[in-house]
Design a protein around this ligand. Sequence first.
Ligand SMILES: [Zn+2]
Length: 318
Amino acid sequence: MRLPCIPWLTRRRRVSPFILMYHRILDRQDEGPFPVQPGMFVTTEHFAENIRHLKERYTIVPLDVLLAGVFEGEGMKDHCAITFDDGWEDNYLHAFPVLASERVPATVFLSTAYIGTEKWFWFDEVAFFMKNGARFDALRSLAGPGAESVVRAVRGKPRRLGDWITDVVLAMKNTDGELLSAVASEISEWNRAFTPASKVMLDWKQVVEMKNSGLVGFHSHSHSHKNLDRLSMAEVLEDVQTSLDSLRAHLGQEEPGIFCYPSGRFAPETTLALKEMGFRYAVTTQRGAVTPDDPFAVCRVGIHDDVCSKVLNGVWNL
Ligand SMILES: [Zn+2]
């Protein structure tokens, strides 16, 4: 089905600068070993369409150029930047060829613990577990803060598998860290027993190739992709520093530059830790235009196939 993705691009009003946030670019939603949540992907076809139309209407610049311009008072109307979170291998397989043929710059935020490994994020392990009809005895008997809502989400099975997975993952995100990691590790054990390893994240060779194209920049999305608002300042420093060490070792990057909060979560201590490490900006998942207010709470506009036309129409109201 072809979504009416970008009708707003034909209008003439000048638009505030904005940053698009993508995660995964897939030929099909069922590509790969686990079901992908509807909010996590755009099809390759729609991505190529997005980029072509953006190019016609806006000036697409590297993220650091956009941020420097906005925070140095240049306004940057009708400018935008493209970002991808996490470091999915499909960014290389499907998005990079489009970026390269259209000569469009982009930024990828890497969670370095996953790069070059066959690790999956816990929410994808949950999705795999649910898709494969695993028994939920373990989840039904959960106890602890937030456990009730997980049990409710597991029992209240909606018609679409994707919606059910989204409900359960959301409920799990709102439990306390201990319960979440206990459940996640139990599910992960189960998955390991039933599935061969499968690489879904970028490896460093792919990262280096994209960087060497001169089109794609890489920045930190933390090392472990934990919710940083739940960590102490010392823990944030350690985790993020590990990611910076990794970027330096593999890409020779000395400057911390721009940070991307995992799941958009941060607390005042998180920002303090980032400033201490020398970061200049941090982007959130909060929807909005880029304004010269807080360089450590920069808004973006999330794009995924599920809400494609709605979100893109909304760019006009930023
Ligand atoms: Zn992320």
